[in-house]
Design a protein. Structure first.
Ligand SMILES: C[S@@+](CC[C@H](N)C(=O)[O-])C[C@H]1O[C@@H](n2cnc3c(N)ncnc32)[C@H](O)[C@@H]1O
Ligand SMILES: *[C@@H]1O[C@H](CO)[C@@H](O)[C@H](O)[C@H]1NC(C)=O
Length: 275
């Protein structure tokens, strides 16, 4: 069963505003894998579950054509509304049934999205679409991001507050995800039958942003959005409480203060055999 979330217009907008783009380093690793396994030319890349297209556009400089697909018209509308390279386009469609011919795709990516797909259906479809020696790249990050500010002592106390935030959201997490999506990806990795495949469990990526954006990022997660729908007052109280605690630890009064946010990425790479 595929899981349909992220479809509200406001959620799509908050998504585009706060979600972090996949890091260049990781895009680089994916392209290096494709180069090594298949080699040029890089004709078509398809980014499945592209959402607002933040990752899709990063592929544009490297391919003749890049197509982002998503089941959510609200997400695609946000993606379309941003200017993008002429060789990038978007199409509505489910990951389990995509509108491309057999063996036509050099690189198939799913960025922070594959955990929502019906895994067997998606992997079967990926196998149909990939060209011989074409590659599949699934990447995501864990929810327990870490904050750094000023010194170790303060950073440690900030992370205690963050843990409290994540724990409060845990009951609203979609049951399908389990307590950690890494396990879900590990299973997907194990069910890929291609001999050439890689599992990369941990790549920490640090970025700097105002504290407000960190809050926005956590609030864009499906668990927070579920709570927000169920009990908007409680959701807002939780955010306010966490924000107040973080500000107190930092010893500042404005949420515009910059913090470092460390995100733990993990990813799967696989190459379809020639025969
Ligand atoms: C967490 S977002 C990731 C968006 C984007 N790839 C990024 O990195 O920011 C997941 C996206 O997957 C889409 N999605 C969920 N299930 C899907 C399915 N079965 N087929 C296609 N897209 C799906 C959702 O609509 C949503 O836009
Ligand atoms: C696709 O667009 C990007 C960004 O404008 C560009 O760098 C790249 O060369 C384009 N690819 C082709 C084959 O036109």
């Amino acid at each position: 069963m595929a899981h349909r979330l992220f479809e509200g217009k406001e959620h799509a907008a908050s998504y585009q505003k706060y979600r972090v783009s996949p890091p260049d380093m990781l895009i680089g690793q994916i392209l290096a894998f494709l180069e090594k396994k298949k080699g040029k030319p890089f004709s078509l890349a398809v980014d499945v579950g592209c959402g607002s297209g933040q990752g899709t556009v990063l592929l544009a400089p490297h391919f003749d054509q890049v197509v982002g697909t998503d089941i959510s018209p609200a997400q695609l509308e946000v993606a379309q509304s941003h200017g993008h390279a002429p060789n990038v386009s978007y199409r509505e469609g489910a990951a389990e049934e995509m509108p491309f011919p057999d063996s036509s795709v050099d690189l198939l990516t799913a960025m922070t999205a594959a955990h929502w797909f019906d895994a067997p259906g998606f992997l079967r479809e990926a196998d149909r679409l990939l060209s011989p020696r074409g590659c599949l790249a699934l990447l995501s990050y864990t929810m327990d991001m870490e904050l750094q500010y000023a010194d170790d002592h303060r950073s440690q106390r900030l992370n205690e507050v963050c843990k409290e935030f994540y724990a409060a959201l845990l009951p609203y997490r979609n049951a399908h995800l389990g307590s950690c999506s890494v396990t879900l990806y590990k299973h997907m990795y194990e069910s890929i039958l291609y001999p050439e495949k890689e599992w990369n469990e941990c790549l920490w990526v640090k970025s700097h942003m105002p504290l407000r954006s960190y809050m926005g990022l956590v609030e864009s997660f499906s668990s927070y959005q579920t709570l927000l729908k169920k009990d908007p007052e409680q959701a807002k109280r939780l955010s306010q409480d966490i924000m107040d605690k973080l500000l107190a630890v930092m010893g500042v009064s404005t949420a515009e203060t910059e913090v470092a946010v460390a995100v733990k990425y993990f990813y799967v790479l696989a190459c379809k055999p020639a025969e």
